[in-house]
Design a protein around this ligand. Structure first.
Ligand code: C5P
Length: 305
């Protein structure tokens, strides 16, 4: 779990804003299943330099508002992971947790394998810790993250440090990975919302090999060659429910991607390009041909440190 305090500047007394970055599983191997039904993962994760935008400010009473392309698809009540994150932290710090106005600009497609809700929750935790000037113990912070979702610890790591990581266990065992090249990317989502539990339920084989040993990657071509030896074990069950997925991956390759894969349980797919202009050009073509798709050209986040 990241040390949140080493990253902080002075406590804030006015509005704070941060991007909740999209999480990308560059490779996702499912290696087993725990007795409680959760799956064991070995996943290489990076974050896109694009995401939802969260703003919080001190207020007379709590409020939560939503905007953005995908804002209407989310609940504004206690089912929203952002409010669950606020309430989970408040439960442990009732004295310091004053009323707060939260605004979420939802730019990422919902239920789409890029950890939007998890990243929103992690980002809100990081912002509230600063605004409320509280210092949760690392174990408590980890417990709160995991209670919100298996992807929340890795999203908090991305929020604080950027860069890439390896996550194991059900997602709670997060190790920083330095030296990964920054990758120009195109993200695409054709509008299919996919339920993560459904995908895990549809898996035929759960005891798959772990990630191959990681080498040093001096260029993104070397990283792409490595990725070609990896898998997303959730792609076969996702393709059963959304049969267009392999075709979307092929479209990304046809538009010049060196490597294309689905992230998480889908349906968002990503392609890795030579340069950002090449990614932007591919994104333009894809958007023209598929006006209703979510299409985004970006790069992975570099290490923040
Ligand atoms: O933890 P989170 O709420 O994001 O997970 C959603 C669902 O995905 C879980 O209820 C579980 O069915 C499945 N899951 C899993 N193994 C993981 C992560 C999620 O089986 N490592």
């Amino acid at each position: 779990m990241p040390d949140i305090f080493s990253m902080q500047t002075a406590p804030a007394s006015s509005a704070l804003q941060a991007t909740a970055y999209a999480k990308l599983n560059l490779a996702l191997h499912v290696t087993g299943r725990r007795d409680d039904g959760y799956h064991l993962l070995d996943t290489l994760v990076a974050f896109a330099g694009y995401g939802d935008e969260i703003t919080i400010s001190p207020a007379q009473e709590d409020s939560f508002t939503l905007s953005g392309r995908f804002g209407q698809q989310l609940p504004v009540n206690g089912d929203n992971l952002v409010l669950k994150a606020r309430d989970a932290l408040r439960e442990h710090f009732p004295q310091q947790s004053t009323a707060i106005a939260i605004h979420l600009e939802k730019n990422l497609p919902v239920a789409s394998g890029i950890g939007g809700g998890s990243s929103d929750a992690a980002t809100l935790l990081a912002l509230l810790i600063r605004l409320w000037n509280i210092k949760p113990e690392q174990t408590l912070l980890k417990q709160i993250c995991l209670q919100l979702g298996a992807d929340v610890p890795m999203c908090l790591h991305g929020q604080l440090y950027g860069g890439a990581l390896i996550a194991k266990g059900i997602g709670e065992d997060v190790q920083s990975l330095s030296g990964l090249p920054v990758l120009p990317l195109v993200l695409v989502n054709d509008g299919t919302a996919i339920s993560t539990p459904q995908i895990f339920k549809h898996m035929h084989k759960r005891d798959n090999p772990a990630l191959p040993e990681l080498a040093r990657f001096d260029s993104h071509a070397e990283l792409c060659n490595f990725l070609k030896t990896t898998r997303n074990d959730l792609l076969p069950p996702a393709a059963q429910l959304a049969p267009q997925l392999p075709e979307i991956l092929q479209i990304l390759r046809d538009c010049g991607a060196h490597y294309a894969q689905m992230s998480g349980s889908g349906a968002t797919c990503f392609g890795i390009y030579d340069t950002l202009p090449a990614a932007q050009q591919a994104a333009e073509v894809l958007q023209q041909q598929n006006p209703h798709w979510f299409v985004c050209a970006t790069t992975t986040l570099p290490n923040k440190a």
